[in-house]
Design a protein around this ligand. Structure first.
Ligand code: FE2
Ligand code: FE2
Length: 325
């Protein structure tokens, strides 16, 4: 569907393609004529667009909304950076659109990650956990899960991020199982890892381009509680699911953030819950830091101060070269 990507636009390029609307405003020229300022985006970046015909600009401002997908025609010019002068801008249905083409998306191959995710889950042999995983991760569910984000900011905050993060946590957990042997219930840990952030499917609006928080996400305790609630209902559907196993698995969901000030309902009280918490933290932090380092612009070897981490990060030559290539 997409024929042109933001990252490939240059002055003089004729544009005829689909984009998402990431910002929309009316401006006024020095002569008082109204024009439309529209930010167009896709998975490769954003570019400013302008509609100079004031009647069309006002009409579009009334009828378009943030998050709409539009097909545009226009010409790229250079004015304080790239700008597309738009002749047409028409809203299209999202029905047959791959949303991840229009918002930040994982660099990794989603079908390959999904294949690996399935292989990892096949290691779980305990009958009740096997039944639970089979009934949750059906093809339809996996389709939505594989496109979803893990966050709005901080870590894995892009389409496919939930699958990428969950897979990383599963792989860290299976390494912990290998190292710890029988000290760890590997079926329980892998199942907990696969399900630990499942509530994010309902915490964020996975169908919008900016992954806004949903009302359930804002009002019902975020993904920890939404995931716990979902899992309780799913466990109830599995015949004879052992009560003690259910309690341990649900505890892993409630405690995976580790500390109450980090959003955990309980601190981890089992060896599998402790392992899951650290695997989760490892995946989140490594992703957060590498995204900050790799998105750093400018000639300095240090990023600006990151409030969340409480420090600046060092950007070695290798990362700088990778970005400029
Ligand atoms: Fe989480
Ligand atoms: Fe997580």
């Amino acid at each position: 569907m997409k024929s042109q990507w933001v990252k490939n636009l240059r002055p003089g390029t004729e544009v005829a393609s689909y984009f998402g609307i990431t910002n929309l405003n009316i401006g006024k020229t020095k002569n008082g004529a109204k024009f439309l300022k529209v930010q167009l985006g896709d998975r490769t970046g954003t570019v400013e667009g302008r509609v100079w015909d004031s009647a069309l600009a006002e009409d579009l401002y009334r009828t378009l909304s943030l998050g709409d997908i539009v097909i545009v025609q226009g010409m790229v010019t250079e004015f304080n950076g790239l700008q597309v002068n738009l002749e047409t801008c028409t809203k299209v249905s999202k029905e047959h659109v791959e949303l991840n083409d229009f918002r930040p998306c994982t660099d990794k191959d989603i079908p390959a990650m999904l294949k690996e995710f399935r292989l990892q889950l096949e290691k779980v042999t305990s009958p009740p956990l096997r039944s639970l995983l089979d009934s949750i991760f059906n093809p339809d569910f996996l389709d939505g899960f594989s496109r979803a984000t893990a966050a709005r900011t901080i870590h894995h905050a892009y389409g496919g991020g939930l699958l990428e993060h969950t897979l990383e946590v599963i792989i860290y957990c299976s390494q912990i199982c290998e190292l710890q042997g029988e000290a760890m219930d590997s079926d329980l840990l892998i199942t907990g890892a696969a399900l630990h952030d499942i509530g994010k499917l309902w915490e964020y609006d996975q169908e919008c381009l900016s992954f806004n928080l949903t009302e359930d996400g804002r009002l019902l305790g975020g993904h920890v509680i939404l995931g716990y609630d979902f899992l309780r209902r799913e466990i109830a559907q599995v015949d004879d699911f052992p009560e003690k196993l259910a309690r341990q698995l649900l505890h892993m969901i409630l405690s995976h953030h580790g500390l109450k000030e980090w959003g955990a309902v309980e601190e981890p009280h089992t060896v599998e819950a402790v392992a899951l918490h650290y695997a989760d933290l490892m995946s989140a932090r490594v992703n957060q830091v590498s995204r900050l380092v790799n998105s750093h612009q400018g000639s300095e070897h240090w990023t600006s101060f990151d409030r969340y981490l409480g420090r600046c990060l060092y950007v070695p030559e290798k990362a700088k070269k990778q970005r400029s290539s």
